[in-house]
Write a protein that binds this ligand. Structure first.
Ligand code: TXA
Ligand code: MG
Length: 341
């Protein structure tokens, strides 16, 4: 299969780009498109065979359900039911935006492989002009996980999608670099107390201002239920092993020296504060203490490690507040929980 990229930022190809994307989706094909978080790989959420193509292109485990994207709140009622009041409050406050809500699924509406057989469904309205335009023209719910090969960092640019899925999907709609850079927050509102299953662009602090106390599902807490099924898989990982390290210039210097004495090469992913360390490769996460910038740059930095010949990757830890929680959640998975010692 030949993979085409079409830019919709460019006036001369814009109209053709949307028409092509809508036609492909109506024909049961997959299309990659930008959202404000990361690029998604979309398919008509009501067609089993179309959704299967997403799993095949990504190499994604079948038991990991997909997020359904809508262009209008009214579209919700065709496939969800008994929407809790709290969920409505979240939609009013954060949609369109980086918040996925787990809601009760209306039976026999969506293709079964979208929800992996669960009786709930994750839904969000993305806050990106290209995604919204596409969804509003199509007028159907679109199942879309991140448009990367399973296990790799999510794509924040069209070239990342091309790198991972070239030859496996027919079309990438190019709308430039995504803004937030990390996936949406997944909030389960079907339980007594709302629970964050995956931290993301909409922070716990932001949610609590609107709906009061929320729980956070912990990576290690096996008893916590229901959890996002995707949490159990390796994620966001470059080829070389990743290690978290205490956020200290002295500790990072010592680690780099020790790695060099073993005749190994190291890539450092960190804020500019660390740019003078002697690491073989330095991939910046922007200025110190700018968590939103770090989130925006993180996946690109992890991908750059695969273009280097580093034997291992070091990342100084981030504070777990605000978007820092989402950054650390992704880094703990990329590092498989390993800290440098
Ligand atoms: O920002 C995003 O959310 C991006 C863009 C494209 O919208 N999408 C995305 O999708 O990150 P994906 O498939 O990579 O992640 C979906 C997450 C997984 O952790 C999955 O387990 C969880 O949401 N999820 C989906 N449906 C669920 C459900 N019914 N119950 C619990 N978790 C669910
Ligand atoms: Mg993903």
């Amino acid at each position: 299969m030949k993979t085409q990229i079409v830019s919709v930022d460019n006036l001369s190809t814009k109209e053709h780009g949307y028409t092509q994307a809508v036609d492909l989706l109506n024909d049961g094909e997959t299309v990659a498109f930008p959202t404000e978080t990361v690029y998604g790989l979309g398919a008509d959420a009501t067609k089993e065979a179309a959704v299967r193509k997403i799993f095949e292109a990504k190499g994604r485990p079948q038991d990991n359900p997909l997020i359904v994207h809508i262009g209008d709140k009214k579209d919700l009622h065709s496939f969800t039911m008994n929407i809790p009041k709290l969920a409505m409050e979240c939609m009013d406050a954060f949609w369109p935006g980086a918040l996925t809500l787990i809601l009760p699924l209306k039976p026999d509406t969506l293709a079964e492989n979208v929800t992996a057989g669960l009786d709930t469904v994750g839904v969000r309205m993305p806050d990106h002009p290209v995604a919204l335009e596409l969804l509003r023209r199509l007028k159907k719910p679109v199942a879309a996980p991140s448009a990367n090969r399973s296990g790799k960092p999510s794509p924040t640019q069209a070239v990342h999608v091309l790198h991972d899925l070239k030859g496996k999907i027919p079309l990438i709609v190019d709308g430039g670099t995504t803004g937030i850079g990390l996936e949406s927050t997944v909030l389960d509102v079907t339980t007594d107390k709302p629970t964050i299953l995956r931290p993301g662009g909409v922070t716990k602090e932001m949610l609590e201002k609107v709906i009061g106390p929320v729980n956070e599902a912990k990576l290690t807490d096996k008893a916590e239920a229901p959890r996002a099924p995707g949490m159990k898989y390796a994620h966001y990982a470059p080829d070389a092993p990743v290690y978290l390290i205490e956020a200290s210039i002295i500790e990072v210097q010592k680690a780099v020296e020790s790695i060099h004495s073993d005749h190994k090469k190291v890539a450092l992913i960190a804020s500019d504060l660390y740019s003078e360390s002697n690491a073989d490769y330095f991939f910046t996460l922007g200025k110190e203490n700018q968590l939103r910038d770090a989130a925006h740059l993180l996946y690109e930095a992890l991908r750059k490690c695969d273009e280097s010949d580093a034997d291992l990757v070091l990342v100084p830890a981030f504070p777990k507040h605000g978007v820092g929680s989402a950054i650390m959640n992704r880094l703990e998975k990329a590092a498989k929980g390993n800290w440098y010692s």
